[in-house]
Design a protein around this ligand. Structure first.
Ligand code: PLP
Length: 392
C-alpha cells in the first residue's frame, strides 16, 4: 500500500488478509487513473451526456426573501436516477472496467444506491448483483423492481437485523470469495482505504462545479455551505473544494430523528453517549454503539441518513473543527420539505431536506448579504409515498 488511508487516527484498513491484494490493486489503479486522459475523458462523457452534469446552481428568490439571506441550491436532484449517487456509481463502474472486472456487487438499504449501481452496470455492460436486507426488500418494493428492470439481480440477506449493515457484511463476504472477477461498488465515503478517498474523488466534482458557478454569479466565495450527512459522500463532495478556503463555513447535518434525547436518531456526532470511535466495515470512525460496543439501532425519516457510522474523514473534519456538525429532527425536516416545495417549486429528498431545515433554523443568525449554498443531494419523488400519511 502506498498509503494507509489514515485521516489521523481515523480511517485505515481493517479487513481480512484475503482482501488486501484487491485493495492494493484498487489503490494503484486509482492513482494511475486519476491523471489518465482517456479515463477522465470517458468519465466526463458519461457524467455530461448520460447523467446530466454540470448540474445548475439555482438561486432561491422566495426562500431568500423570507429568510433574509441569499440561498442557492446545488441541484444534484436533477441528475439521472435523482441523486448524487450516480456520480460515484458511474466512476467506480468505469474503474471496474479498467480493472478488467466483469461483475459488480453492491449493498443497498433503501435501494437508492442499488438503483444507481444497477444503472451504471446496465450502461457499462457489467453483471450486477445487489445485496439487500430482506426487511428492506419488503419496504422498498419499487426500487427492487427498478433494479430488476435494469438487469441486476437482487440478493436477499436474512442475517442479523435484515437491513443495510447485514447487506454490507454479505457483500464483503462475496467480495472476499470472488475478488478476481468482481468489483465491490461501495456507496458512500466509508469502508477500508482506498474507498473513502476514491468516492471523494468521484463526488468532488460537485464542489468544483459549485465554486466555478458561485464565482460567476456572485464574484466571491459563499459564506456557508450546508449538506446532509449519512455516510457523508455528498457532503465531502461539495466541501472538499472549499476546505482550504477558511472563510467558507462548512456545516454537516445529521439525522436527529425523533430527537437526540429519545435515542431514536442517527446522529453519530451529537453530544450523547452513543457516538464513539469504533471499527466497522473496515474503517475506524465514529459509530453509534451501546456500552458493550454493540451497534445501536438507528432511526431517521430519511432512509439515506439512517446509518450507524460516518465516513472517517468526517471524524477528522469534526475533530479539527473545520466542519461543524449538527442535526435536524424529523419534524424540522418535514417543515423544510414542505417549505422548499411551496416556496421554490422544488421537492427535495428527505435527506436533503435536513440541510434545508438547518438553514431555516439558522436564518436568524445570518446577515442579509450572506451567501449560502445548500447541496440538494436528491429529489423527493421517492419519498412521496412515505409523506402521504404525514402531509395534510
Ligand atoms: C444516499 C443519500 C444521501 C446520504 O448519503 P451520503 O453518502 O451521506 O451523501 C443523501 N441524500 C440523498 C438524496 C441520498 O440518496
Amino acid at each position: 500500500m502506498k498509503s494507509l488511508g489514515k485521516f489521523d487516527e481515523f480511517g485505515g484498513i481493517f479487513v481480512p488478509e484475503t482482501l488486501m491484494p484487491a485493495l492494493e490493486e484498487l489503490e494503484e489503479t486509482l492513482l494511475k487513473l486519476k491523471t489518465d486522459k482517456k479515463f477522465n475523458s470517458e468519465l466526463m462523457q458519461l457524467l455530461e451526456k448520460y447523467a446530466g452534469r454540470p448540474t445548475p446552481l439555482t438561486f432561491c428568490e422566495n426562500l431568500s426573501r423570507k429568510l433574509c439571506c441569499k440561498i442557492y441550491l446545488k441541484r444534484e436532484d436533477l441528475l439521472h436516477t435523482g441523486a448524487h449517487k450516480i456520480n460515484n456509481a458511474l466512476g467506480q463502474a468505469l474503474l471496474a472496467k479498467y480493472l478488467g472486472k466483469k461483475r459488480l456487487i453492491a449493498e443497498t438499504g433503501a435501494g437508492q444506491h442499488g438503483v444507481a449501481v444497477a444503472t451504471a452496470g446496465a450502461k457499462l455492460d457489467l453483471q450486477t448483483e445487489i445485496y439487500m436486507g430482506s426487511k428492506d426488500i419488503e419496504r422498498q418494493k419499487l426500487n427492487v423492481l427498478r433494479m430488476k428492470l435494469l438487469g441486476a439481480s437482487v440478493k436477499p440477506v436474512n442475517s442479523g437485523s435484515k437491513t443495510l449493515k447485514d447487506a454490507i457484511n454479505e457483500a464483503l463476504r462475496d467480495w472476499t470469495a470472488n475478488v478476481n472477477t468482481t468489483h465491490y461498488l461501495l456507496g458512500s465515503v466509508l469502508g477500508p482505504h482506498p474507498y473513502p478517498s476514491m468516492i471523494k474523488f468521484f463526488q468532488s466534482i460537485i464542489g468544483k462545479e459549485t465554486k466555478k458557478q458561485i464565482l460567476e454569479v456572485e464574484n466571491r466565495q459563499p459564506d456557508l455551505i450546508v449538506a446532509c450527512v449519512g455516510g457523508g459522500s455528498n457532503a465531502i463532495g461539495i466541501f472538499d473544494e472549499f476546505i482550504k478556503d477558511k472563510t467558507v463555513r462548512l456545516i454537516g447535518v445529521e439525522a436527529g430523528g425523533a430527537g437526540i434525547k429519545s435515542g431514536s436518531h442517527a446522529s453519530r456526532f451529537s453530544d450523547n453517549l452513543l457516538g464513539r470511535v469504533g471499527i466497522i466495515h473496515g474503517t475506524k470512525t465514529y459509530v453509534l454503539q451501546d456500552k458493550f460496543g454493540q451497534i445501536s439501532n438507528t432511526y431517521s425519516i430519511a432512509a439515506g441518513l439512517d446509518y450507524c457510522a460516518v465516513g472517517p474523514e468526517h471524524s477528522l473534519l469534526r475533530q479539527s473543527k473545520r466542519v461543524t456538525y449538527t442535526y435536524a429532527t424529523d419534524k424540522e425536516t418535514i417543515e423544510a420539505f414542505k417549505a422548499l416545495s411551496k416556496e421554490e417549486g422544488i421537492i427535495p429528498a428527505l435527506e436533503s431536506a435536513h440541510a434545508v431545515a438547518y438553514v431555516i433554523k439558522a436564518a436568524k443568525t445570518l446577515k442579509k448579504d450572506d451567501i449560502i449554498v445548500i447541496n440538494l443531494s436528491g429529489r423527493g419523488d421517492k419519498d412521496l409515498d412515505q409523506m402521504e400519511h404525514i402531509i395534510k
